[in-house]
Design a protein around this ligand. Structure first.
Ligand code: ATP
Ligand code: MG
Length: 322
């Protein structure tokens, strides 16, 4: 049966890199692509950044490839994650041959809780000049994340937390994740998230898979992006029980949008994660290794010191993958 992939390029360089990822998917598999709009441009035209038909396309497709959204990003990506009931955001950060990195030894994967913590949206103004934010941590969400982590990293993982200060919420997070790991016979080590930030900068090679509460995962994975040499290389996956939304970590890059020189690697690597999610492991590996070859041998886009266009890099990746 032909699998259906919703394609939501969004705004800015999302419109330039997503078509490259679609071409690469088309070269390795038999998919039906359903194109849908989201973001600033469609908000101007239709009055909403996430039209109902886009949400439906994402809810029914086997997987979604998303590009980027500008000002409306929060009103697009949060509902899209919810549409697939995404409970984990998978963010690999590694270096590639031929790409300058602050820490060339970096090879990390962050598994970030994707539904709660301080991002649950419970903020209030109690009085003039006094505001609060309610941090939500549930055993259910922590357990779901931990079960995914055990499957993803049976050789063990690090649990980031701040349970010495947030005793109740991160206490529950840490205890639940550690219990689930113990049930599965998976080894864990716990790390205070602030100290972990320092250790990741100094010795990223000491870590492998890091399981994080929502905010910590957001911050630590961006920190790791800084270690590996650029946003144009970082893919991500929002995984739900049946569906997923796959997107580059970068945004719309307004400074280069429209110039046709955005690096398509992050979008294509996101497509490789999509392939693996759908069970096409060999195709995913082919795409990943094609991206590696092109990063090493060129052509490359200006962010990596080259002069090639997005299209030229995309064509080179497709040439290798074929
Ligand atoms: P947004 O508000 O949509 O997140 P932003 O201003 O934060 O936009 P990002 O997309 O996050 O922009 O990019 C930050 C910087 O990294 C910009 O200078 C951008 O040009 C660069 N950058 C991001 N993605 C890429 C890419 N794929 N190729 C080349 N440069 C990129
Ligand atoms: Mg940004």
């Amino acid at each position: 049966m032909t699998e259906e992939i919703a394609v939501v390029p969004g705004d800015g360089i999302g419109r330039e890199v997503t078509p490259v990822a679609v071409d690469v998917l088309d070269a390795v598999g038999d998919f039906e692509f359903v194109h849908a709009e989201a973001g600033d441009e469609v908000a101007d035209e239709q009055g909403t950044p996430l039209p109902a038909e886009t949400r439906e396309a994402v809810e029914t497709a086997d997987a979604t490839l998303f590009g980027a959204a500008g000002e409306t990003a929060a009103d697009v990506i949060l509902p899209l994650r919810a549409a697939v009931d995404s409970f984990v955001n998978v963010r690999p950060a590694r270096t590639y041959p031929g790409v300058d990195a602050v820490q060339p030894e970096t090879d990390l994967v962050f598994l970030r809780e994707n539904t709660e913590g301080v991002y649950a949206g419970h903020e209030a103004e109690l009085a003039d000049g006094v505001t609060t934010c309610t941090r939500v941590v549930t055993e259910e969400a922590s357990r779901r994340l931990a079960e995914y982590a055990c499957e993803y990293a049976p050789e063990g993982f690090t649990v980031a937390h701040k349970a010495n200060v947030m005793r109740v919420t991160d206490g529950l997070f840490r205890e639940t994740v550690e219990n689930v790991a113990a049930e599965h016979g998976v080894e864990t080590d716990a790390a205070l998230m602030d100290a972990l930030a320092m250790h990741l900068v100094e010795n990223p090679a000491d870590y492998d898979v890091v399981v994080c509460p929502n905010l910590a995962g957001d911050v630590l994975s961006d920190l790791a992006a800084g270690l590996v040499g650029g946003l144009g290389l970082l893919p991500s996956a929002n995984i739900g029980p049946e569906r997923g939304v796959f997107e580059p970590v970068h945004g719309t890059a307004p400074d280069i949008a429209g110039d046709g020189v955005a690096n398509p690697a992050a979008a294509v690597l996101s497509a490789a994660m999509l392939l693996e999610f759908l069970g096409h492991d060999a195709a995913g590996e082919r795409v990943r290794s094609a991206v590696e070859d092109v990063l090493e041998d060129g052509p490359t886009t200006p962010d990596l010191g080259g002069e090639a266009t997005t299209r030229a890099v995309g064509d080179a990746i497709r040439e290798v993958v074929r």
